[in-house]
Design a protein around this ligand. Structure first.
Ligand code: G3H
Length: 327
């Protein structure tokens, strides 16, 4: 049985510095809703992930999770427990029974509100797991701009190395793309060395065309990642809105040579969904975009189901199948 680790074979790409505001890049935005719907509907039926590879894909999915708690009743205790889970997302006995006792596995990051950043930083010390802070008046993004910048700076000073900002939806809904660019540009400057994930809150943007344009503007303004949702909107990550965003990522890469990451978030709770999004990334953007430096799943409850599915591989109906590393 294979005992190899899941390799990280790609050198980290240069960080997206952003570009000047280019409204011309938005004009050609052709989003054919029914074509998007058709394509998204085919993804869950794909046979790309053969049964014998599924355990490897699920273990890989764990590496891409931004393990999240964003609740009003978060306490240092719940955050410490979450961080312990991020350090050891799968029980050692289960890894042993999968035949990979020495696999070094952690989640991609831990994602919390600002007040919990110091607790998470301390709990994750020495693990190499980054702390991501949601910021800029998450989730509605309606705080004064000046306070949003201060909030980012405070989270970076407290040790967050990733900042998940929310955009002002009104700039999208009123077609004020220049204002959106300037807002996100300011956020990027406030982030400094911390990587910035721009949350579009796609469920509140009205149309898929707006989703595409907002994605482009956020990338022009220097986003390291674009992220679908806060998890608090009525509609969060779907394969349709994700498809539009990853196509924008591809177009931005073709135009500028910069690789921007993608983070679906909100309502992703099953191992099957995690596989659907990994397939989306592989088919639309290729292997590198499945790696944690370019792909994260924001989720509070996904890990439990992945662990349950891994148990099937160790003890249940798939137990005879061999684990193979996802290279
Ligand atoms: O950014 C992450 C989301 O808030 C997580 O949403 P979820 O609780 O539906 O998994």
């Amino acid at each position: 049985m294979a005992t190899a680790t899941l390799p990280h074979t790609h050198p980290l790409p240069e960080r997206n510095p952003g570009t000047p505001f280019d409204p011309g890049a938005l004009e050609g935005a052709l989003v054919n809703k029914s074509a998007v719907e058709r394509r998204a509907a085919t993804l869950p039926t794909r046979r790309t992930v053969k049964k014998e590879w599924q355990a490897a894909w699920l273990l890989h999915a764990i590496r891409t999770i931004d393990l999240t708690t964003l609740s009003g009743d978060d306490t240092p205790g719940t955050v410490r427990r979450l961080c312990a889970k991020a350090r050891q997302p799968v029980r050692p006995e289960l890894l042993r029974d999968l035949g990979i006792p020495h696999l070094r596995l952690t989640t991609g990051a831990v994602c919390v509100y600002h007040e919990m950043v110091p607790v998470a930083v301390e709990a994750l010390e020495g693990s190499g797991i980054p702390v991501a802070a949601v910021s800029t008046g998450f989730p509605a993004g309606l705080n004064p701009h000046r306070l949003k910048l201060q909030e980012i700076e405070a989270s970076v000073a407290a040790g967050a190395s990733e900042i998940d900002i929310v955009i002002s939806r009104r700039h999208v809904l009123t077609g004020n793309w220049k204002a959106l660019y300037q807002e996100v540009r300011d956020f990027r400057e406030a982030c400094g060395p911390a990587h910035m994930k721009s949350i579009l809150a796609v469920g509140e943007l009205g149309t898929l065309k707006n989703v595409y344009k907002a994605s482009m503007v956020c990338m022009q303004a220097g986003s390291d990642f674009i992220k679908t949702s806060t998890g608090k909107e009525a509609i969060n990550a779907t394969l349709q809105n994700s498809l539009v965003m990853v196509r924008a990522i591809r177009a931005f890469y073709e135009q500028t040579g910069y690789k921007v990451g993608f983070k679906p978030a909100g309502g992703i709770r099953s191992a099957k969904q995690a596989l659907d999004w990994l397939i989306l990334m592989k088919e639309e953007l290729g292997h590198e975009w499945m790696q944690p430096h370019l792909f994260r799943i924001g989720a509070s409850a996904l890990l439990n189901d992945i662990e349950r599915q891994l148990e099937h591989f160790a003890y249940g109906r798939y137990a005879s199948m061999q684990y193979q590393p996802l290279g």
